[in-house]
Design a binder for this molecule. Structure first.
Ligand code: SF4
Length: 403
């Protein structure tokens, strides 16, 4: 009797734009361990941080919409939002690992809610819109593991419509940046729990990857019934509102140490002077942060139960102005059909690379050699796998810091 060979299952692989594709672009090997391995990472600093920041913005929006409670909110009201999100994350097994991470997370949430809430929330028409679509896999992907010619791509965004923009109050600086020529259009919004990326760092292409991401969102949105053409995307880099030590180090590098300057929003006048003094003031700032971390720990363990609100982040010795930081937090990316078409292929290629890595690992049985490792300081210092990752040798063994 001749037995027929069982065919590979016809499974359409599903890829999330942020959870899979941006994560794989950041480091393929870390993506393999973290997102596709059986074990979740033990210290997912970035995972906690990203989910916390997204969660607090969505929860704050819902409360603002349902209760019409005017912004800005008190520390107590912000803390109530943070507590809700912390409980949700804990229930899903996602916990902060250091008090400094908790403190910075709540501080940035407070700044984001009170500084962006009043100008952003009145513009949002639809919150947490799920986007989903099917695209063709690159032809050279080996059909070793599955037979599908397609992959599914997914994402979640908030949507602003031109109608909401038209109703915005005079003086809404965000609305002023998003106005457009067309009669009916949409703007998609995405929050980023990170600093505004530099533009000329060959080791970190996040600036460009975020543009690919929003072009793909726009393509997905165009396929939903009742949607209007997406005219631009609004990205909010929330670390900028309360920069940490690494954010300041990177800004110093982008502006003072790189020629030409590697960022499109750079300081002038007093802000430039203050940034120039960053290195000299760093020790003093670190001491203030250490004291603050102790205060956060104390608050979390005892004072919180007696109703005390969270201790706010100390000021830097020579701080950058809030207006400048707001400017750095906002990035508007214009979108049209041409730019969408020009950028869509990037993620198809990335999916092809992931699928080829999967096939290679299945074929050879070797994990490490099958995935592309991209060592970068800001990733590797908080990566669980740095102790045995062959791409970093003995580097980056320090304790993880705040993202
Ligand atoms: S240590 Fe760095 S290079 Fe190695 S897996 Fe982690 S992020 Fe990637």
């Amino acid at each position: 009797v001749t037995l027929s060979v069982r065919r590979n299952p016809y499974v359409v692989p599903s890829y999330s734009l942020t959870g899979d594709l941006l994560s794989h672009l950041s480091c393929g090997l870390q993506y393999r361990y973290q997102n596709r391995g059986a074990l979740p990472p033990s210290k997912p600093v970035q995972l906690w941080f990203g989910q916390f920041i997204h969660g607090t913005m969505e929860e704050a929006f819902r409360r603002w919409r349902d209760n019409q409670q005017p912004l800005p909110w008190s520390d107590g009201e912000i803390q109530s939002v943070a507590d809700t999100v912390l409980r949700r994350l804990t229930a899903r097994g996602i916990q902060f690992q250091r008090f400094i991470v908790l403190g910075i997370g709540i501080e940035r949430a407070a700044q984001a809610i009170n500084r962006f809430g009043p100008i952003l929330f009145p513009l949002i028409t639809e919150c947490e819109v799920k986007l989903k679509g099917i695209r063709q896999l690159p032809p050279d992907v080996p059909r070793l593991v599955r037979e599908s010619d397609y992959y599914e791509v997914t994402g979640v965004v908030d949507v602003i419509t031109s109608a909401q923009l038209a109703e915005a109050r005079d003086g809404n600086t965000l609305a002023a940046q998003l106005q457009g020529g067309a009669d009916r259009f949409e703007v998609i919004v995405d929050y980023k729990g990170m600093r505004r990326p530099g533009q000329d760092d060959p080791a970190n292409q996040a600036w460009y990857h975020h543009a690919w991401q929003v072009m793909t969102y726009a393509w997905l949105r165009a396929q939903q019934t009742g949607s209007q053409p997406v005219q631009s995307a609004l990205l909010l880099y929330l670390n900028e509102l309360a920069p940490g030590t690494e954010d300041m180090d990177k800004l110093y590098e982008d502006v003072i140490e790189t020629s030409p300057i590697s960022t499109d929003v750079s300081p002038t006048g007093a802000n430039l002077e203050n940034l120039t003094r960053w290195r000299a003031n760093k020790r003093e700032w670190s001491a203030r942060i250490d004291t603050w971390e102790d205060q956060i720990a104390n608050w979390w363990r005892t004072e919180r139960r007696d109703g005390a609100t969270f201790p706010r982040m100390p000021q830097m010795p020579t701080p950058l102005s809030p207006d400048f930081l707001m400017k750095r937090a906002v990035r508007v990316i214009p979108i049209d059909l041409e730019s969408i078409q020009a950028n869509l292929g990037h993620f198809d290629e990335e999916v092809g690379t992931i699928e080829r890595s999967v096939a290679l690992e299945v074929q050879t049985g070797r994990l490490i050699n099958s995935w592309r490792a991209t060592p970068r300081e800001e990733n590797c210092t908080i990566c669980d796998f740095r102790h045995f990752c062959p791409a970093v040798g003995n580097n980056y063994r320090a304790v993880p810091t705040a993202p």
